[in-house]
Write a protein that binds this ligand. Structure first.
Ligand code: SAH
Ligand code: SF4
Length: 353
């Protein structure tokens, strides 16, 4: 395996992004179980090489030297806790740029890590804070995994992972796939694929690639509206992969997994909250087996959109339900720390170009 040894280089992968095989390649003179032992430590989230107490000193030293003494490529720059219990971390990456990740805890105490896959996002959705920042670069699998470790270190066992942080995961599939392999590895972190969700704005080639090759995680699609002209206006992705193409891709994925897809719909008071919007959404959805997550638009500074009232949300929801659609209304958890949907990046303006 040819890996660079300069940790500043993009191709350099830090330990939390490495598989057992890749660790074994770094320890060519050691018996295979040494790589397994090291992997077990890294997947438990240790932060320094000295903690790997069952490894002989020379092995620890080899690893430490390989990674220039650093288990992690990134660090936590800021922690923000919401009164509702959600925790948002601002992560400083090795190149000085930053992303955010969030830990959400529901009433039953189930913990969900919401991870970022890119620094910023190139998709340009009109209502989204992250989109307004523009795009800097993809994250590596190690940087994605480190977000998970930082959150778990603070809040304990995590049962679910959603790629709903900053960025479009389908445009960074190699790293997202690698992170999913590590998160779901029964020899490591061991989160079932059914508890991992990729959320996409509708990047069709990514959905088809996933349908063909897996991993068969849960899929969420930010649909927002079934009105083609409005969707193109709000979400430029629709100009490239319009609603029909998207629906075909969703049917392929559904055929493969036989699982319910989640359609996320950000409801904006003065834009897509009317009865006609709800009914158009219902008829678009008809051939699919889905659950709709309704999200009231969270305010983003400088945007003219309106947050719908609770009554508007309820009415919209009831219209969908009257057409037999399963609807979940997502709580605006994390709003106090701007960790709610679409607000990631609010504390980062200075770190992105
Ligand atoms: N880029 C992927 C993953 C991010 S998920 C995607 O778009 O699916 C972030 C979710 O928050 C998406 O469903 C998005 O539509 C939603 N969102 C974006 N801005 C929002 C805002 N201001 N208020 C509420 N939800 C928002
Ligand atoms: Fe990117 Fe998703 Fe925001 Fe759209 S909603 S700009 S795809 S993060």
């Amino acid at each position: 395996m040819s890996m660079s040894v300069n940790p500043q280089e993009e191709t350099f992968v830090f330990p939390s992004g490495l598989s057992i095989e890749e660790l074994a390649a770094l320890l060519p003179d050691q018996p295979a179980y040494r790589a397994r032992q090291a992997y077990a430590w890294f997947s438990r989230g240790i932060a320094d090489f000295a903690s790997m107490t069952n490894l002989p000193r020379p092995v620890r030293d080899t690893l430490s030297a390989r990674f220039h003494g650093k288990v992690r490529s990134s660090s936590v720059a800021r922690e923000m806790e919401d009164p509702d219990g959600s925790l948002k971390l601002q992560i400083r990456l090795r190149d000085g740029s930053a992303v955010e990740c969030v830990l959400l805890e529901d009433i039953e105490g189930r913990k969900t890590a919401c991870l970022s896959s890119q620094v910023g996002c190139p998709m340009g959705c009109a209502f989204c804070k992250t989109g307004s920042l523009g795009f800097l670069r993809n994250l590596g699998a190690d940087e994605i995994m480190e977000q998970f470790h930082f959150l778990r270190e603070r809040r304990g066992a995590i049962s679910n992972v959603v790629f709903m942080g900053m960025g479009e995961p389908m445009l960074n599939l190699p790293a997202v796939r690698k992170a999913i392999a590590l998160l779901s590895d029964p020899e490591g972190i061991g989160i079932s694929l059914r508890k991992i969700t990729i959320s996409t704005s509708g990047v069709v080639p990514g959905i088809l690639d996933l349908a063909e090759k897996g991993p068969y995680v849960r899929l969420a699609v930010s649909l927002t509206t079934a009105d083609p002209a409005l969707r193109s206006e709000l979400m430029p992705v629709n100009r490239k992969w319009p609603l029909d193409t998207l629906k075909q891709a969703l049917l392929s994925y559904q055929q493969r997994t036989n699982d319910r897809i989640t359609l996320e719909a950000v409801i904006i008071g003065n834009v897509n909250a009317s009865d006609a919007d709800a009914l158009a959404l219902a008829s678009w959805i008809a051939p699919l087996k889905v659950q709709v997550n309704l999200i009231a638009w969270n305010p983003v500074e400088g945007m003219e959109y309106q947050t719908p009232s609770p009554a508007q949300m309820r009415h919209f929801r009831e219209l969908l339900e009257s057409r037999g659609i399963v609807v979940v209304q997502r709580m605006s958890r994390g709003r106090g720390v701007m960790g709610a949907c679409g607000q990631l990046g609010d504390t980062l303006q200075t770190s992105l170009p």
